[in-house]
Design a protein around this ligand. Structure first.
Ligand code: GLN
Length: 317
């Protein structure tokens, strides 16, 4: 009888700490690669000698390596969480205002928005994320406090905070986001004051979290919408499935195809070098390395996820 193939979801076959140790060594040998996102003043001088990685299994077990407890501004990783909040607020009505197709264009592109009458391609492009932020502003009396509370509960970390100084510095230089928000308003696809939407958007990008926080914060996407730290149902199992699908097709900007090719896990990146990923039914993950590739994804973070998916055989394909 031929031996049955190993069950990929049986983690007892893997030494996860050993795997993380190997990845950590490989990444550290390549420190310095990539460019930091200097279009955001506060990110311009972040050193490229930091790497952290964390896995949080569904039972709450944490495996981590490197600078996994150093906080950084989560930038576009926040778009996963604000999408979830927006879906909870208005349900499928959201899809009248944002599409769910990959774009093939950079995250801050304005081109499709004009051609497609103010409907952003997906909630992970800046334009789509601005619509989600607008929904949150309309839905909550104190949207900023609700967003902060949501993040703290998802990560099980009451110390998570926004960084108004960082948000302010991006507000000063974020002309393209300002243009985009005004453009959306001109199509009646923002209901709140443009400045209020932008202020909250920059604050959500400035949330300071570390790899363990972030890996925990996406655990609900691995667990059918149930949050590990709080035990709450965050969203329906159906929405969790859909958000994972969008992370796979659009979570890493116009490199989502390449991510599926090399990593094969739903993932969402941010320009500060963080990337969260999900192994459905198994774990939430996060990697962080500040040097970015030409598409704006963490260069060695992507490499680390590639190595992880291949060493564990946990890619969804
Ligand atoms: N705050 C950044 C911006 O809006 C977030 C972009 C990103 O991380 N891709 O430009």
């Amino acid at each position: 009888m031929p031996k049955p193939p190993a069950n990929p979801y049986d983690l007892s076959r893997l030494d996860l700490d050993d795997i993380l140790g190997t990845i950590n060594e490989e990444v550290r040998a390549r420190f310095g690669e990539g460019e930091v996102a200097d279009y955001i003043p506060a990110l311009a001088d972040v050193p490229k000698d930091r790497f952290g990685m964390a896995l949080v299994l569904l039972d709450g077990t944490v495996h981590e390596v490197g600078d996994s407890r150093e906080r950084f501004s989560i930038q576009s990783v926040s778009k996963v969480h604000t999408l979830t909040m927006a879906l909870e607020a208005v349900g499928d009505e959201l899809w009248k205002r944002v599409d769910r197709e990959p774009s093939g264009d950079p995250f801050n592109s304005l081109i499709q928005l004009e051609l497609e009458h103010g409907i952003p391609r997906n909630p992970f492009m800046n334009a789509g994320a601005l619509v989600c932020t607008d929904v949150i502003l309309s839905h909550y009396d104190d949207a900023e406090a609700s967003l902060l509370e949501f993040m703290r509960a998802r990560a099980g970390d009451p110390d998570i905070a926004m960084d108004p100084e960082l948000a302010g510095s991006e507000r000063e230089s974020g002309h393209r986001n300002v243009a985009m928000a005004n453009f959306l308003r001109s199509f009646d696809n923002l209901n709140n004051d443009v400045d209020e939407v932008l202020d909250l958007y920059f604050l959500q990008c400035s949330l300071g979290m570390h790899c363990v926080d972030l890996a925990r914060s996406v655990q609900y996407l691995a667990d059918d919408g149930r949050c590990g730290p709080s035990g709450e149902r965050v969203t329906s199992a159906e929405n969790a499935t859909r958000i994972n699908a969008m992370m796979m097709t659009a979570g890493t900007y116009d490199a989502a195809g390449d991510f599926a090719f090399y990593v094969g896990l739903p993932a969402k990146s941010g320009v500060s070098g963080g990337i969260v990923a999900v192994v459905p039914n198994v774990m939430g993950l996060c990697v962080w390395y500040p040097g970015l590739d030409e598409k704006g994804n963490s260069k060695l973070g992507k490499y680390a996820l590639h190595r992880f998916s291949r060493m564990t055989d946990l890619a969804v394909f």
